[in-house]
Design a protein around this ligand. Structure first.
Ligand code: HEM
Length: 201
């Protein structure tokens, strides 16, 4: 399927961006892996908080009327366990791109994904600070944070990716036309922004 090739290409571009801009590297994976026994023991608490808050907010709780929360929770727990166990390879990155698209399918907006990733990271930081000496706690959190950010970037990109693919694949627009349509809208926005917010001295 052509879309899979496009997805893989985009995945590699994002991986390059992450390596250059936030320095995601093997060392981050190893830092987590070396402490995996401890990090695994946090999984239930982290997941409990994650799904309790989603269930307490009507907008996000709605999703779980259609699919049992326990089912999703155990999948997300597996994801966390894989992440902190260092079982990260090309296949896991590809899987993550599709995990992102699955959330698009369920109409879970990017802001919600980003806020929930932040919540997960903050809870992880709290646990890390309680368990490890300060310097180590920051190091472990930093590695976890970089990897989660990279994975969330894939999810967000997945949203944009699928809109573009749908316009090209289903609506039958050429890639050039899609780019031009976006350009036209952006020119409008740019003009508005300049008039409204950027006053000449
Ligand atoms: C940091 C944010 C999130 C992460 C890392 C995450 C992770 C995952 C993972 C790993 C899966 C399983 C993919 C599979 O094995 O099939 C999944 C599925 C799912 N997640 Fe999330 N999730 C996040 C946020 C959310 C939020 C905010 C919601 C709901 C409001 C949500 C609802 C779902 C649903 C409905 C599925 C099931 C898809 C299906 O099987 O059809 N997730 N998520």
């Amino acid at each position: 399927m052509e879309i899979l090739e496009h997805a893989k290409k985009r995945l590699h571009e994002i991986l390059e961006d992450a390596k250059h801009l936030i320095g995601v590297k093997q060392e981050d994976i190893d830092i987590l892996k070396e402490r995996k026994e401890t990090l695994l023991s946090w999984a239930d608490d982290l997941m409990d908080d994650f799904y309790n808050i989603l269930l307490s907010y009507p907008k996000t709780a709605k999703v779980f009327e259609k699919i049992p929360v326990e089912q999703i929770k155990s999948k997300n727990k597996k994801w966390y366990e894989q992440l902190v166990s260092g079982n990260i390879d090309e296949k896991f990155y590809e899987f993550q791109f599709f995990v992102g698209l699955i959330h698009v399918y369920w109409k879970i907006d990017n802001d919600i994904m980003i806020f929930m990733a932040n919540r997960l990271k903050m809870n992880f930081l709290k646990k890390s600070s309680e368990f490890f000496p300060p310097e180590e706690a920051v190091k472990v959190f930093h590695s976890f944070s970089k990897l989660v950010d990279f994975l969330i970037a894939l999810t967000v990109e997945g949203y944009i990716f699928i809109i573009r693919e749908a316009l090209i694949d289903i609506a039958g627009f050429s890639p050039g036309l899609v780019d031009n349509m976006m350009r036209m809208k952006l020119e409008e926005i740019y003009k508005y922004y300049k008039n409204e917010f950027v006053k000449s001295p």
